[in-house]
Design a protein around this ligand. Structure first.
Ligand SMILES: Cc1cc2nc3c(=O)[nH]c(=O)nc-3n(C[C@H](O)[C@H](O)[C@H](O)COP(=O)(O)O)c2cc1C
Length: 216
């Protein structure tokens, strides 16, 4: 059977959209991510969106961590089995034409679910062999936090952006951009805060077009 060009494009190219908030439609990071996906799709109509909820990823156990350091061709059958989920998530990342992550800040850093995803995708395929597989991957990270951490006095307490910056740089990403939805606390607590000038959601939405248009 012959592939039609549009089907080929669909198979070959997808946009990976990872989210972590468990608050569903109440989540500010999820809402901004939906807007980002809309903006992206308007510009890249042939590119499918593949979604991944990090909350479904179990924490890394020792067998998986050990297997992830062994070159694939030297892995034993037990290593292959232990590495299977990490391998799937890593291939999914390497195969993507762009990545967006939407995440809350939890206790000054990432939710443990996002850390579980990170612990799976940093491995022999991305880091230990310095593969360069992610050199062309644009990464956008949408962050919602109760307080204001993307600017001002609290920046020194922000361990989430520096961690993500370090992780992605170490695995060879060269283009990482943050979209900041903060302070999101008032949006949940203060009646009418969503209509206030300069509110966190409006601020984040104003950053979306520039983040989406930089992706070719
Ligand atoms: C366990 C937990 C820890 C949190 N830690 C922080 C924090 O360190 N700093 C902060 O500004 N907000 C913190 N928050 C607030 C969330 O970042 C905020 O509610 C955010 O909007 C959640 O993202 P979401 O709206 O996408 O679900 C925390 C919330 C929870 C549930």
């Amino acid at each position: 059977m012959l592939w039609q060009p549009s089907e080929l494009l669909y198979v070959m190219s997808y946009f990976l959209s990872v989210n972590t908030s468990t608050r569903g439609e109440d989540s500010w990071s999820n809402k901004v991510q939906a807007e980002f996906e809309r903006e992206f799709s308007a510009r890249h109509s042939g590119v499918a969106i593949k979604r991944r909820f990090a909350g479904d990823i179990p924490h890394l156990d020792f067998a998986a961590q050990k297997a992830g350091r062994i070159p694939v061709e030297r892995q034993s059958p037990d290593d292959v089995a232990a590495f299977a989920l990490a391998s799937e998530l890593t291939d999914e990342l390497i195969g993507a034409s762009a990545l967006v992550i939407a995440t809350p800040m939890y206790n000054w850093g990432p939710p443990s679910s996002l850390k579980a995803w990170i612990d799976r995708i940093v491995n022999v395929k991305t880091f230990y062999q310095q593969t360069g597989a992610l050199a062309d991957l644009p990464v956008t990270v949408i962050i919602a936090s109760g307080g204001l951490y993307s600017e001002g006095e609290n920046m020194k307490h922000d361990f989430l952006r520096p961690l993500l910056d370090e992780v992605f740089t170490r695995i060879g990403v060269q283009d990482i951009m943050f979209v900041n939805c903060d302070p999101a606390g008032p949006l949940d607590r203060v009646p009418g805060a969503l209509d206030a000038p300069g509110n966190a959601y409006a601020k984040a939405l104003s950053q979306v077009p520039a983040a989406a248009t930089r992706i070719r």
